[in-house]
Design a protein around this ligand. Sequence first.
Ligand code: FMN
Length: 168
Amino acid sequence: MKIAVIYSSKTGNTKKVASAILEGVGAQAQLFSVDDEISLDEYDLIFMGFWVDKGSPDKKASEFMSKISWKKVAYFVTLGAYPDSQHAKDSLEKGIALLGEHCEIVDSFICQGAIDPKLMEWMMTLPEDHPHSPDEKRIKRWEDACNRPDSTDLLHAKEFGNNVIRAL
Ligand SMILES: Cc1cc2nc3c(=O)[nH]c(=O)nc-3n(C[C@H](O)[C@H](O)[C@H](O)COP(=O)(O)O)c2cc1C
């Protein structure tokens, strides 16, 4: 079985997770960015990774995912919100909905990722009535995200890669 680990990443979080998954999968897999030339026909299983941008998969990943058809797909996602939040689940579902025809979702992995400091700086200036204004809960969540993915997340990502292969 030929396996590709494909990611889209702006600030590096999703790329780190992709590299850890690759380690877990082993030498049989190849790592790609969505910017690379990829001949999808050659692969049977795709690990597909995106980051969440305003509640949806990022644009580059979204465009790429619509080209994936007739494959087994294992998803990985990074975002600022907590992985067990409804926001994270909804974002993953939006990614799944973007796939082309006849894909089988074999598993998924969601990981918190540090938010671009420039974006946080801007959010800190937002007025109280803005939907992203910096209230106590939100600031705590941003702080929790700021060192992620950490070594435990990357270990879990590696295990995820390994488990997907073993379950096939
Ligand atoms: C422009 C922008 C929009 C974002 N929108 C969301 C969002 O809607 N929900 C969320 O949980 N995180 C959001 N984030 C946080 C990113 O999803 C998170 O930092 C992710 O790990 C970035 O991945 P990357 O380092 O691979 O680019 C946003 C970040 C940026 C820069």
